[in-house]
Design a binder for this molecule. Structure first.
Ligand code: AP5
Length: 222
């Protein structure tokens, strides 16, 4: 089972890179942010609870997040491997993932950190537009769609996330970067951390991540 963790601050490019990596590996992406946004959209009790934290720029508590992730990981399409985008986000989540994988006789094969400085993160998030159908990300300056307001890939409408308002972007940085440092240290200590310069163009970052996966011994297709 190829389990690859994609790490990075809010706006580092995880959601941009995860599908590209998934295509190289032939495995699905599991993004906890997408799972929470789907629950919010569907108005489930989980979504109502998660929204309180997301709108405040805070992390959803570990007990809720770990349960959601493990349920998704147990589905058949994840049996051969997954790209995890946005999980783990705390040391507790990293430990819970290690324990769940150990029960299956496996472990995280690589933790790939997309490294981007804070001022660039704010620029990226405040100019981001997302498609309604599948969450494909665009940027009004650096990665615009061919037709304004319309997704190139599926033709759905583009919108701005409520947590991409300036005050919530600042809250996400303030509340989440400390926990990210602990997760980075967790994977550095276990010897699977690999860092890529996320300031490069999207395709260059993608190729660098692919090269790191190959160097880590994780099989890369095509
Ligand atoms: P989540 O959806 O995971 O959001 P995030 O981590 O804040 O990350 P983003 O989606 O904002 O950014 P990204 O790194 O994916 O960047 P993107 O590729 O879009 O989480 C949302 C919320 O859910 C959290 O705040 C929390 O409340 C909750 N949550 C989720 N997971 C949780 C967990 N495990 N535990 C607890 N709570 C959890 O790119 C950003 C922009 O930059 C785009 O416009 C893109 O076009 C552009 N861009 C990308 N790459 C480049 C590049 N190389 N050069 C120039 N522009 C680029």
């Amino acid at each position: 089972m190829n389990v690859v963790v994609l790490l990075g601050a809010p706006g580092a490019g995880k959601g941009t890179q995860a599908p590209l990596l998934a295509a190289r590996l032939g495995v699905p992406v599991i993004a906890t942010g997408d799972l929470f946004r789907a629950a919010v959209r569907d108005g489930t009790p989980l979504g109502v609870e998660a929204r309180r934290y997301m709108d405040a720029g805070q992390l959803v508590p570990d007990e809720i997040t770990v349960k959601l992730l493990l349920e998704r990981l147990a589905r058949p399409d994840a049996a051969a491997g997954v790209i995890l985008d946005g999980f783990p986000r705390t040391a507790g989540q990293a430990e819970a993932l290690d324990a769940a994988l150990a029960e299956r006789g496996t472990r995280v094969g690589a933790a790939l950190l997309v490294d981007v400085p804070a001022d660039e993160l704010v620029r990226r998030l405040s100019g981001r537009w997302i498609c309604r159908a599948a969450g494909h990300p665009y940027h009004e300056v650096s990665s615009p769609p061919r037709a304004a307001g319309v997704c190139d890939l599926d033709g759905s409408e583009l919108y701005q996330r409520t947590d991409d308002q300036p005050a919530t972007i600042r809250a996400r940085m303030d509340q989440q970067l400390g926990a990210l440092s602990q997760v980075i240290e967790h994977y550095r200590a276990s010897g699977v951390l690999r860092t890529v310069d996320g300031l490069q163009p999207i395709e260059v970052v993608s190729n660098a991540l692919g090269a790191e996966l190959a160097a880590a011994g994780v099989v890369v297709a095509g």
